[in-house]
Design a binder for this molecule. Structure first.
Ligand SMILES: CCCCCCCCCCCCCCCCCCCCCCC/C=C/C(=O)SCCNC(=O)CCNC(=O)[C@H](O)C(C)(C)COP(=O)(O)OP(=O)(O)OC[C@H]1O[C@@H](n2cnc3c(N)ncnc32)[C@H](O)[C@@H]1OP(=O)(O)O
Ligand SMILES: Cc1cc2nc3c(=O)[nH]c(=O)nc-3n(C[C@H](O)[C@H](O)[C@H](O)COP(=O)(O)OP(=O)(O)OC[C@H]3O[C@@H](n4cnc5c(N)ncnc54)[C@H](O)[C@@H]3O)c2cc1C
Length: 664
């Protein structure tokens, strides 16, 4: 798409954000900002081109009537929700020229949010996992056929892995794919009730194909879980003989998506339908193993990376809503007056309110930004793997994607809930958007790897590094280099104004290192009297703590590093305070780890607490502008409370009038 305006036009456009009809409180907040909004938005989105693309995609969606909602989606029943999402989804994919379809980190999710909203839909798994599975797991010479069919919607797919009896533990999946060399087919079968596939999105009604994870048997031997391309429904969309399929019913959220169940009865597929990029079954049944045992799990690694960005944007949007609302809401009771007799104040002026809002806003920035570079890392790793050249980076990428997925989805879900509470009663209404946001985000704590299970994967990686460091011969991945640094006895942290980034990083690294080695020592001690797996289980709470701290240290370092790249001094100053607030809030929350063994003194801990107070006060005048720096349109936000113009109360009344109960 052509760019039609220069950065200065854009600047003009953003300066004109303030309009006559806007709520006066929110206008005053915007006028008082210490930085130029456009410069900050360019920093947040890395360049003005990305910002401009957001605007172009918004204008495209707003100008196409097929994306309109005749009835507000909040007032639909489940059938109607599915119908709406499906119609919108088809309109969305019929207009893919509007976006760069290869941009799964920015343009595709934005387009989806603008057209459908915060709901998974009938094609979520098709685009979110089926297409990536084809891309990651199909042999180069064969990819064009299935990819084109899937990309052109000639086939609609899902990713069918989880079963009634097993989800986290892939190695115990029970669905079988037994190779029959006489017919050159695989027989896909559900041998027990617990082997029935359960959960795959879009399976219940929509998909006619699935990437199915099943235990491969060939020449009488079991070869572990492998992926197969399986047709489920015929041209009339009826289930094929040997396939039983349906919807699993309503869930906490994502109800426009038809998550389904699937049972196979000795269902035959051609040999070529096994995804054979890495491991193969020859026509005579000979098995060729993959160059790395876990390459078959590659699509999940990719989707975990996509989720991190997607989820962080949800937290950003929730912070935008709560901050804007806090600027226009005045406390209505007498004890709401900070200075008695001087009248009500904006709730944003309460320090407790700022403490609810601003750390969450801070939390939404680092991971969203770092995901861009993770995107290039994953592309790099995928390229290395595709060339069969380098598998060394795979454990690092797996540990990083698992750890970020676990920590971020948890923080996002908790953050959204905290922000909802900060909006009082109105936060409980669906008009606020918080209930839908929470229901969407909290699903991410479970799917693509249950969070505790993912943290334990990070812990495996950390324990391996600790062992190597102790043996004096470490081969350290970049994300783990700090684990080999010498121990530090005292913390360096001091007042937020005087302590340097290096001081903060030093303290985080030191505390995490201690935690990792303390856990490692406990594990090795336990292993002297217990079997390895028992010992692991016996200290697994500590293992998770070490893994969480490792990920948080990674996030703090990256946030600070990213702020240093900000070229606009005014934006850099505010972002730097936000990054320090992020770090200080983590120290405050994890005080036990920091104060253990006297590493952080009581005086330093008090400075951290005082620093939080001072930083909240320093950021307070910029909070609405910082929310605006996410550059989220009202259409994307879909919240009555978070409207850009701040005119919340008439909009709430208008929204409520659409309730079917008010129609007669
Ligand atoms: C043409 C295109 C048009 C596009 C236009 C589109 C417009 C539309 C818009 C599209 C927008 C896209 C936006 C994207 C937004 C993203 C949101 C996506 C939403 C998608 C919805 C998601 C739905 C959910 C799906 C699912 O949940 S699928 C099922 C997921 N299941 C799991 O994750 C299971 C978890 N379990 C595991 O992964 C494993 O069992 C385990 C890792 C826990 C354990 O592994 P294993 O069983 O092997 O056991 P071990 O612990 O013994 O491990 C042995 C060693 O192997 C290592 N290991 C394990 N896994 C990996 C790996 N993946 N990579 C590398 N190494 C691995 C272990 O660490 C062990 O190593 P060690 O021995 O050295 O310690
Ligand atoms: C909204 C949604 C969409 C989904 N979409 C799909 C999809 O499209 N395709 C698909 O295949 N699947 C899908 N799933 C399923 C999802 O991937 C699984 O639910 C997930 O992997 C967790 O597996 P589980 O449900 O078996 O949980 P379990 O593994 O049974 O977890 C239950 C508890 O046991 C604990 N636990 C399990 N193993 C261990 C361990 N080794 N050590 C310590 N604790 C452990 C967990 O931490 C958790 O507390 C979806 C799920 C949801 C909620």
């Amino acid at each position: 798409m052509e760019r039609d305006s220069s950065p200065s036009d854009q600047f003009h456009r953003y300066k004109n954000l303030i309009q006559n009809g806007d709520n006066p409180d929110i206008t005053k907040e915007r006028q008082g900002a210490s930085f130029n909004l456009y410069n900050m938005q360019c920093f947040v989105y890395e360049n003005d081109h990305k910002l401009q693309r957001r605007q172009e995609i918004l204008e495209f969606v707003e100008s196409h009537r097929e994306f309109d909602d005749p009835v507000h989606p909040h007032f639909l029943n489940r059938d109607e929700q599915i119908d709406r999402a499906t119609r919108k989804c088809l309109a969305m994919v019929d207009n893919l020229d509007a976006i760069d379809v290869t941009d799964y980190f920015d343009e595709a999710p934005l387009y989806q949010l603008l057209t459908i909203g915060r709901e998974l839909h009938c094609l979520s798994l098709h685009y979110g996992m089926f297409l990536p599975t084809i891309q990651v797991h199909t042999e180069k010479s064969l990819i064009l056929g299935p990819f084109q069919m899937a990309a052109s919607k000639a086939i609609l797919g899902t990713f069918a892995q989880t079963e009634l009896g097993h989800g986290s533990n892939l190695s115990k999946l029970e669905t079988t794919a037994t190779y029959d060399a006489t017919t050159k087919e695989f027989v896909i079968h559900t041998p027990t009730m617990s082997a029935g596939k359960w959960w795959p999105g879009g399976l219940g009604k929509s998909a006619n194909y699935a990437a199915v994870m099943a235990q491969l048997y060939t020449s009488g031997e079991s070869k572990g879980p492998h992926l197969f391309m399986v047709q489920l429904r015929d041209n009339a969309h009826a289930p094929l003989p040997g396939v039983t399929v349906g919807d699993i019913g309503p869930k906490l959220g994502n109800n426009a998506n038809d998550n389904g169940f699937l049972i196979f009865d000795h269902y035959r597929i051609p040999r070529r339908n096994m995804f054979m990029k890495y491991s193969k079954v020859e026509a005579d049944g000979t098995y060729i193993p993959p160059p790395h045992a876990k390459l078959g799990f590659g699509a999940m690694v990719l989707v975990r990376l996509l989720m991190i960005r997607d989820q962080t944007c949800q937290l950003g949007a929730a912070a935008v809503i709560a901050i804007r609302y806090s600027a226009v809401r005045h406390s209505a009771v007498r004890q709401g007056e900070i200075n008695e007799g001087e009248g009500e104040v904006q709730i944003l002026d309460y320090r407790t309110q700022q403490y609810r809002l601003l750390p969450q806003l801070a939390r939404s920035f680092p991971s969203s930004q770092r995901m861009r570079s993770r995107n290039s890392t994953s592309k790099y790793v995928t390229k290395q793997i595709n060339n069969n050249a380098n598998m060394e980076l795979l454990p690092e990428l797996h540990a990083l994607s698992s750890g970020l997925k676990a920590v971020i989805t948890w923080e996002v879900a908790q953050g959204i809930e905290q922000l909802r509470l900060s909006c009082g009663g109105h936060g409980y209404s669906r008009a606020s958007a918080f209930p839908d946001m929470y229901a969407y985000a909290v699903g991410g704590c479970t799917y693509e790897g249950e969070n505790i299970v993912m943290l334990l994967q990070v812990a495996r990686f950390l324990m391996m590094i600790a062992k190597e460091v102790r043996s004096g011969n470490p081969k350290l991945a970049e994300i783990a280099e700090y684990i080999a640094k010498p121990d530090a006895v005292t913390a360096r942290i001091s007042s937020w104004k005087t302590c340097s980034d290096e001081d903060i990083i030093h303290d985080f690294e030191a505390v995490t290192r201690k935690l990792i080695f303390a856990t490692f020592d406990r594990l090795t001690t336990l292993e002297r009297t217990m079997k390895k797996k028992e010992a692991w289980n016996a200290c697994s709470i500590d293992l998770c703590k070490a893994a969480r701290m490792h990920v948080k240290t990674y996030l703090v370092k990256n946030f600070l590093a990213r702020v240093r790249t900000c070229e606009d001094p005014a934006s850099r100053t505010v972002m730097h305070t936000l990054a320090k607030l992020y770090a200080f809030d983590l120290i405050s929350g994890g005080g036990g780890h920091f104060m253990k063994g006297g590493f952080l003194s009581e005086k330093q801990f008090n400075e951290v607490q005082l620093g939080i107070y001072e930083m909240l006060a320093a950021i307070r005048p910029d909070s609405v502008a910082l929310a605006d720096s996410w550059a989220i349109s009202d259409l994307e936000l879909r919240s009555v409370l978070g409207r850009r113009d701040g005119n919340v109360y008439p909009a709430l009344l208008e929204w409520a009038q659409q309730s079917p109960l008010n129609q007669n």
